[in-house]
Design a protein around this ligand. Structure first.
Ligand code: AMP
Ligand code: ZN
Ligand code: ZN
Length: 411
């Protein structure tokens, strides 16, 4: 090699390469912290019909979607897991809030923390906190369905066993402390979760005064959150995503489908009941069960799993049983004994994810988002790609389209 090259050109090349490296590192470090907030059961029009000054300000400073389309079925656990993994239920395996897995010979159900539910075997896909932790980011969760389980041995740096009695303001106080640039944790990514709008929707129905009161409470909490982020100096530099898992539909005592009036209930295992009845017929009974349901098909639609409309993305998981019965919005599938004992609640979700009542909410603000714009509706599976972009991480395989949400970003 020519001596002149070694003396002059090589150092320049090395220097240039180092600058490139440094600037890559810097651009990684320049990434702003990201907070993902779930407001369970926030139907898209709840905000339109209420006076919510803090949400209004948030929307004027950021972007929002006309509405967010949840995944099918429109239940809490399947949807929260889709938001953080970017996968449809058929690809992540959380097919309902409660279901039986014949390979694991166990029931998945939420409730008080229990070791089985925490087991890794249940949760397919890679949640954003695992993606981020694996790429040397610090993540914290003050509740998110699935955050209590390790995933391929990875957990958030801080996570909490679900306890619905923890005051909502205390969740915000903790998150602010964990994001605080002057604190010990200095989180890059965090989640918050609030359940009370969903609970009121179930208890009193989506059109109740009680839901409206809950929306105002949430508006106050949002104001409190923004103040807290202001106190730690992050209000202008943090990206905040406000979203939800599904809407809510009014139920009615006139709209009950009694499964035991239509089929012999002893001929099936009911994996989940309502509004999506997932039926595993006993050996040799599948045709009888399907035909009986087809014959009485009113206020619901019955499908062989393999014939479910493609848009549900709900065929390709071994946990999904052979026969799927989907109640029309506002109808309840139950059996006589259960109904006589327990009746129904005022509101429910779980229906067709394209039903207007199941539409939910998305808004985001921060240094990388456009301001005051409203984007066309999109499906919640795309949020995982967006989170990776914001955090600066390489996403795991998922069903989202990395291009789809570029239009809500400044560049
Ligand atoms: P749903 O039955 O679909 O309305 O689910 C909402 C309920 O899920 C909330 O009211 C909480 O009680 C419960 N929940 C939410 N997050 C968790 C969690 N991480 N672990 C256990 N239960 C949860
Ligand atoms: Zn929910
Ligand atoms: Zn709910």
């Amino acid at each position: 090699m020519n001596k002149r090259f070694l003396v002059w050109v090589l150092p320049i090349l090395i220097c240039f390469a180092t600058i490139q490296c440094n600037s890559n590192e810097e651009s990684q470090n320049e990434k702003h912290p990201v907070l993902l907030v779930s407001i369970d059961g926030l139907m898209n029009d709840y905000l339109e019909r209420n006076d919510t000054p803090n949400f209004d300000q948030f929307l004027s400073e950021g972007v929002s979607a006309e509405y967010l389309i949840p995944i099918f079925p429109t239940k809490t656990f399947p949807n929260h897991w889709s938001i953080v993994t970017g996968l449809y239920a058929e690809n992540h395996g959380i097919i309902a809030n409660s279901f039986f897995d014949y390979e694991l010979d166990a029931r998945f159900s939420y409730g008080p923390p229990d070791d089985y539910e925490k087991g890794e075997d249940w949760w397919g896909g890679e949640p954003i906190w695992a993606t981020a932790e694996k790429q040397n980011r610090t993540t914290v969760t003050f509740f998110w369905p699935g955050s209590e389980s390790s995933i391929n041995g990875v957990r958030p740096t801080i996570w909490k066993d679900y306890d619905g009695s923890v005051p909502d303001s205390a969740r915000i106080d903790s998150i602010a402390a964990w994001f605080d640039p002057a604190g010990d944790i200095k989180a890059d990514f965090g989640t918050l979760y609030f359940s009370f709008i969903d609970s009121r929707g179930h208890a009193f129905g989506p059109n109740s005064a009680e839901v409206d009161e809950a929306v105002l409470e949430m508006d106050n909490l949002l104001g409190y959150l923004i103040d807290k982020l202001d106190e730690i100096g992050l209000s202008d530099s943090i990206s905040i995503l406000l979203t939800s898992d599904h809407g809510m539909a009014e139920l009615s005592h006139d709209k009950i489908i009694f499964l035991d009036d239509i089929i012999n209930i002893n001929h099936v295992d009911v994996i989940d009941w309502s509004p999506v009845a997932m039926l595993k017929p006993n050996s040799g009974r599948a045709d009888d069960v399907y035909n009986a349901l087809k014959l009485s098909e009113q206020n619901y639609t019955v499908y062989w799993r393999d014939e479910l409309p493609e848009r549900f993305r709900f065929r390709n998981h071994y946990r999904i049983p052979e026969i799927i019965m989907i109640a029309d919005v506002s109808y309840t599938i139950t059996n006589r004994a259960f109904y006589e004992q327990r009746g129904i609640v005022a509101g429910a979700h779980g229906f067709d994810n394209y039903a207007p009542e199941m539409r939910t909410f998305f808004a985001a603000k921060g240094p990388e988002f456009k301001q005051g714009e409203i984007a066309p509706p999109f499906e919640s599976v795309h949020i995982y790609e967006l989170l990776n972009y914001l955090i600066g991480t390489e996403p795991a395989q998922n069903d989202g389209d990395p291009e789809l949400l570029k239009n809500i970003l400044l560049r």
